[in-house]
Design a protein around this ligand. Structure first.
Ligand code: AMP
Length: 555
């Protein structure tokens, strides 16, 4: 704990909030919370550049809850006092969950409702009739409720626009603007955004009054004492060889998010790993929202160690209910895919992946911004993390861009070369090639189809069943083999003699005993190989002895 920093109990917060914060185990405010909470409590409008993982939700939720508790001391009328606009259903759920945790001791006084979900507008009406103090929703859903006269905002005191830049990317601009016209004249507003794009600046003019802008250093990436960043140069085949080594030998410990450049590559990598009995989930924009949320929630609970994801558009598609929003979104997608820019959406944005120990960029991100968003999934709050980026020769220019962006005033670059000697793992190349050969284009196609079918079934037909039997839902796994590719049983094991001697001391002993690797909660990636000892390759260590030859002759 840093005594120089303002602590939660010094902010003049209600005891019930402080108790909830203590229950959450937060020793001190994050940088954004330290700056934003006192300013917000002072009544200021805020524009904060803050990424997911910086503690931004509590940075606005804490003052918002405090404001409601204070108001309720004088005003008796039950009304919607705060509106939180989010771009996606996933983020809506997370925001609601965070507010519920922070209001654990004042849940009767501060009620929150998330209406960003998929349910029919009419089905959500009863929730809004109770006039929850805080409403969380996507702009189009909120607008639909205003139109249907389910939502009345005359008593609004606080407006929060979370992930404002994403709201624009997802085509919510028009809904957002017409919604703002329905708000009372005076309210306090917080605008949170990972980037301060022109769209966000325009929105600032529209909703904020004399705002304080917070562009905190900490909203980029944590420093090297918390987040270690490495890059390793390797070409296509070597990428597979290296990931095999890192995962199969247990050199990467803890929950790991692996980014690739396309959905086909997600399945290619999944099927490749499947050949070695390394289970991994694919987070795919084509899967139903319900499946995606379930995968993320199980991943957060520690069911899986590895998620393979792309940052293709639409991965985190908003649950826009108005057709206009959907059309606009489609148009926007078309426009953006033509330019090939702005690919950073979905999993690396907005979603609260918890306790990610490692991010592996199997394919290089398409921009500096995308690199920061991907890598920012690890080392969140006070946790440590490691990011490893594979770089092929065609990606070197992008690497240079990222390196220069990550070079501080002192001239030190946070992204260091990963001292891994590829020649030491040559022994594995043959089996990796073998596995890669089995993962044909057809196998990838079939795997994609098979998973969509499976997940649709899970999502639709079984939804009702799982509502009645929630414990069975826990048993539903998303990292099962899809194996259209033939799996050779021997590939599951790593022959001892193929493990480089320099890695033997690092290799998880449990793995060698063929037991299941236990998740290490705050695992770190293990770095370089040191010496080049002679391994136990039987082909090399075999010695001709007289005794052996005599016995052979006798027989
Ligand atoms: P957010 O940026 O709001 O998505 O928060 C990222 C994660 O940080 C969430 O899982 C929070 O529970 C956690 N968090 C938020 N504030 C703190 C804090 N002051 N100390 C430790 N963890 C925090």
């Amino acid at each position: 704990m840093d005594p120089e920093r303002i602590q939660f109990h010094e902010m003049g917060l209600d005891d019930r909030i402080l108790k909830a914060v203590a229950d959450l185990g937060w020793a001190q405010p994050t940088l954004i919370q330290e700056k934003a909470i006192p300013l917000a409590l002072d009544g200021k409008d805020l524009l904060a550049r803050a990424r997911t993982g910086s503690g931004k939700t509590a940075a606005y939720a804490v003052p918002l809850i405090q404001q409601i508790l204070t108001s309720k001391q004088t005003v008796r009328e039950q009304a919607v006092r705060a509106l939180v606009l989010v771009p996606t259903k996933e983020l809506g759920q997370q925001v609601q969950a965070m507010i519920r945790q922070l209001t654990a001791y004042c849940a009767r006084d501060v009620r929150v409702a998330d209406i960003s979900g998929k349910a029919e507008v009419s089905a959500q009406r009863p929730i809004l009739m109770e006039k929850p103090d805080i409403v969380v929703g996507t702009p189009s859903r909120v607008q639909a409720h205003i139109k249907a006269q389910n939502l009345e905002l005359h008593a609004l005191e606080v407006l929060v626009i979370d992930e404002a830049d994403l709201l624009f990317s997802f085509g919510f601009e028009a809904d957002l603007k017409s919604l703002i016209c329905n708000l009372p004249k005076i309210y306090q507003a917080f605008l949170m955004s990972a980037t301060l794009s022109d769209d966000v600046q325009a929105l600032k003019e529209l909703v904020l009054h004399n705002p304080v802008t917070l562009k905190l250093q900490g909203s980029q990436l944590p420093d090297s004492s918390q987040l270690q960043q490495y890059s390793v140069k390797c070409e296509e085949e070597d990428k597979f060889l290296l990931i095999y080594t890192l995962l199969k030998l247990g050199l990467v410990r803890g929950k790991t998010l692996i980014f690739v450049s396309s959905l086909d590559r997600c399945y290619r990598l999944k099927l490749f790993l499947e050949q070695f009995s390394v289970p991994a989930c694919v987070l795919n924009s084509e899967l139903p929202v319900h499946s995606r949320c379930h995968i993320i929630s199980q991943f957060n609970q520690g069911f899986y160690d590895y998620i393979i994801a792309t940052d293709e558009q639409g991965l985190d598609k908003p649950t826009a209910d108005s057709q206009s929003a959907k059309n606009k979104e489609k148009k926007k997608k078309k426009k953006k895919s033509k330019t090939g820019k702005d690919k950073e959406y979905g999993v690396s944005r907005g979603v609260d992946f918890q306790n990610i120990a490692n991010v592996i960029n199997f394919d290089f991100p398409t921009s500096v911004e995308s690199y920061i968003h991907r890598v920012g999934r690890t080392a969140r709050a006070d946790n440590k993390g490691t990011a490893l980026t594979f770089v092929s020769h065609s990606e070197v220019l992008l690497l240079e861009e990222v390196e220069s962006a990550l070079t501080g005033d002192s001239g030190n670059c946070a992204l260091k070369p990963y001292g891994f000697r590829m020649e030491e793992i040559e022994g594995f190349r043959y089996r990796c090639r073998d596995a890669m050969r089995s993962v044909t284009k057809q196998a990838v196609k079939e795997a994609r189809l098979k998973e969509i079918k499976q997940e649709l079934l899970n999502s639709e037909k079984l939804k009702m069943y799982f509502e009645d039997n929630p414990r069975d839902l826990q048993l539903l796994r998303h990292d099962k083999d899809l194996h259209p590719a033939i799996i050779k049983p021997h590939m599951k094991n790593v022959p001892e003699y193929l493990i480089p001697s320099t890695l033997k001391s690092l290799v998880n002993p449990l793995l060698r005993r063929k037991k299941k690797l236990k998740t290490h909660p705050k695992g770190v990636m293990i770095t370089p190989l040191k010496k080049n000892n002679r391994g136990k390759n039987p082909l090399k260590s075999f010695r001709y002895t007289r005794k052996a030859s005599k016995q052979k002759n006798k027989s």
